[in-house]
Design a protein around this ligand. Sequence first.
Ligand code: 4AD
Ligand code: MG
Length: 479
Amino acid sequence: MKRTKVIDALKSTEYGAEICVKGWVRSKRGSKGIFFIALNDGSTIKNIQIVGDESNFPEETVKRITTGACLSVVGKLVESPAAGQASEVQATTIEILGDCDNTYPLQKKGASWEFLRTVAHLRPRTNTFGAILRIRHNMAMAIHTYFHEHGYFYFHTPLITASDCEGAGNMFQVTTKNLYDLKKDENGKIIYDDDFFGEQTSLTVSGQLEGELGATALGAIYTFGPTFRAENSNTPRHLAEFWMIEPEVAFLDQEELMDLEEDFIKYCVRWALENCKDDLEFLNKMIDKTLIERLEGVLKEDFVRLPYTEGINILQEAIKNGKKFEFPCNWGDDLASEHERYLVEEHFKKPVIMTDYPTAIKSFYMKQNQATADGGSIGYRGCVAPGPTMQGTDVLFPSIGEIIGGSVREESYDKLMAEIERRGMDMTHLWWYLDTRKYGSCPHAGFGLGFERLILFVTGMQNIRDVIPFPRTPKNAEF
Ligand code: 4AD
Ligand code: MG
């Protein structure tokens, strides 16, 4: 008999019809010889209730219906007398597809997040992780749909690379060599000529540089793939392996880049509200009572567009008025998350797109703002900064901090080279990148959205380890 998914069985009004549902037992209770099973197959947060008369089944079968067991149930779909569910199944036959004994770790409700991480192979079967993973899927669909509808091409950039996009050196090496038996030159420097790729290679930290090649040919592209960072950051916002979405667009200026960042995030949030109703309502009830309100709030607000220099002024003013921060925030400092959160959560109370960061704290490829005679610069909406700045535009979100990192790219070959030389960067492996500025260079811009940070925001979860099925963090690559 053909299986009906629980999501469809719950919607069906063909009462009296015989159906077959399959899934895992969430709970079983009994009273006066009647048993009630909550069965879930992952298609929806909702369980379907299976009702059976114990006397109609072998005692052995009834005993084997335990929490976690996998069942195939055939029975009659009937209108449910119980509140909160439209239909249930009156079981006629129950087949145990997979037994589950009492060592099953998900017996009890209310297990801690920490405990659930130790059983990451099973936690997708809990209500919360089921909801998160369905939302995660939906966000991926929203992203592809957004870009497809807006004429962007999905562009596949390599995961194995010989270049370091962000120049931060936080890369995992890729080699087939025995690390204890490496060929070295007379200065003790490793020679890679007999390694698999014949040169030093790593897992990519970003697909941006290759993405720029795509944009300067196809006009507008996006990437959506895993990226890797070997930063030893043990925080609720960092993973060693995370997914990033990186659109890159020719002929896009700073204001248009911000428009894109804002429109894109709002589209994703709206998609979640429209397509993940049941899961969001569950999370709103169980995890965070202000979740849906916060998601709806983001759609109503215009994001603030704020030059870094003005942000520093606001923070300095706050300090004058008695606000205490752990880290300094003088012009030139990289903002700590306490500063970002003050601006977003306390000062503006809405998302902020911060732009025109000091050159020293940003990457080499960003568009340089016009310099002034006294060593300062003029940037967004005429904002004057005391030092050189670049058109980096990051989106800062409540409770998340930086959700997007982006910029207008420096299209001038001479300016880009001057910055590369000033930083003493080795460009041997990036000759092809420089060619974009040599052959028909064009103004262009793009950004990277951390997929898991988006999922954090949309689900209201607090730890990035809980919005990806199998997190990779320092000292943890299990499952
Ligand atoms: O700000 P980042 O480092 O920017 C880039 O990599 C650019 N090349 C992107 C571009 O312009 N195409 O990273 C972009 C975003 C961050 O804003 C953050 O959301 C996320 O990626 N991110 C991380 N997410 C989880 N774990 C980490 N370790 C992350 N590092 C960055
Ligand atoms: Mg960044």
